[in-house]
Design a protein around this ligand. Structure first.
Ligand code: F6P
Length: 354
């Protein structure tokens, strides 16, 4: 057991439904189980750059936040203390201010830190750990693309949001005999597109892991027409790779708009496009995400108590376990193009545009 009396907690990178559930669980476990003091660090590691912004989190502060989206601590996609960008004399300068951050956290009385974040935040956590900071990680991303954990919280909620949207698009698509192109998040991996596509009954799913071409999409539209289906739902992951015939186009608009325009041109169909965007990151976390987030929050506090610094909690075989952050960073979990779930989708007639 470590001799800890005060921990800090921060959320970094893009938000995900369930962040508040992690914060609540960690604060409750730290106070009730271990009698520690908890400091909330606002806006990722930025909050330690300006330590006066940090404040103690009590049980009262986390009361009622379980169903809330976002994060009560705030977050940022920037704020890497090892590559901190400032403007000096009108010029952008990148500085390493990690020593300042470490000194500030000591001044705040923080003896160990829980960093809740994605791959970028885990990389920063690992670098701080190498400089002697007692830090543990909690993985987060709606994209569900971290290999060290079976599921990330936020994914289930995003999946529900996307599926609900597809259900709504279905009826208008059918009524107007249109091709509806729906874009969901997934910068590097197509998990949301694949699973929401199956759950929402999409007819074509385009993901970064499976190269597609326009001819195959048009063939699928024609096939559906031969069956008497005059509408089609095309689900697109934002990170999809454009086919050769579209490579000359610059990505100045959402990729779904580019694909929608191309389908309208080539297949001469009435096409409409919906980009779901950050709707998928917001809203109240699903029960599954609340439970997973709670277990991970408690797991992170237990990890500190055990002295498991430099580690990240994760879900493996339905249990909360820990892996070293060094082993977890940079390792993505992408969709296997020949995996069971893709094969199941193909078996029910879903096209991947290839
Ligand atoms: O959390 C990952 C993600 O959802 C990606 O799919 C998406 O590209 C990104 O966040 C967008 O984040 P932001 O708009 O905050 O930069």
């Amino acid at each position: 057991m470590t001799d800890i009396h005060c921990i800090g907690i921060c959320t970094g990178g893009g938000d995900a439904p369930g962040l508040n559930a992690v914060i609540r669980a960690a604060v409750k476990a730290a106070i009730l189980k271990y009698k520690w003091k908890v400091i909330g660090i606002p806006d990722g590691f930025d909050g330690i750059i300006w330590p006066e912004r940090s404040r103690e989190l009590t049980l009262k502060d986390v009361s009622g936040i379980l169903p809330r989206g976002g994060t009560i601590l705030g977050t940022t996609n920037r704020g890497d203390p090892f590559h901190y960008k400032t403007v000096e004399n009108g010029q952008e300068v990148v500085r390493d201010i990690s020593d300042e951050v470490i000194a500030n956290s000591k001044k705040l009385g923080i003896e160990a830190i829980i960093s809740i974040g994605g791959d970028g935040s885990m990389k920063i956590a690992q670098d701080l750990f190498l400089k002697g900071v007692k830090i543990v990680g909690v993985p987060k991303t709606i994209d569900n693309d971290l290999s060290a954990t079976e599921v990330t919280f936020g994914f289930d909620t995003a999946l529900n949001t996307a599926t609900d949207a597809i259900d709504k698009i279905h009826t208008t698509a059918e009524a107007h005999h249109r091709v509806m192109v729906v874009e969901v998040m997934g910068r590097d991996a197509g998990w949301i597109a694949l699973e929401a596509g199956i759950a929402g009954g999409a007819h074509i799913i385009l993901i970064p892991e499976i190269p597609f071409n326009l001819r195959k999409i048009c063939e699928h539209l024609e096939l559906r027409e031969r069956y008497g289906k005059r509408f089609t739902i095309v689900l697109v992951a934002e990170g999809v790779k454009l086919p050769e015939e579209m490579k000359h186009l610059s990505r100045t608009m959402a990729v779904a708009n580019m694909i929608g325009d191309a389908i309208a041109l080539v297949a001469r169909k009435d096409v409409r496009v919906s980009v779901l965007g950050h709707i998928q990151r917001g809203g109240s976390p699903s029960p599954y995400d609340r439970i997973l987030a709670t277990r991970l929050g408690v797991g992170a506090v237990d990890l500190i108590a055990e002295g498991g610094f430099g580690k990240m909690v994760c879900l493996q075989q339905e249990c909360i376990r820990a892996v070293t952050i060094a082993d977890a960073v940079g390792k993505m979990k992408t969709v296997d193009p020949n995996g069971e779930i893709v094969r199941a989708a193909r078996a029910i007639g879903i096209s991947f545009g290839n």
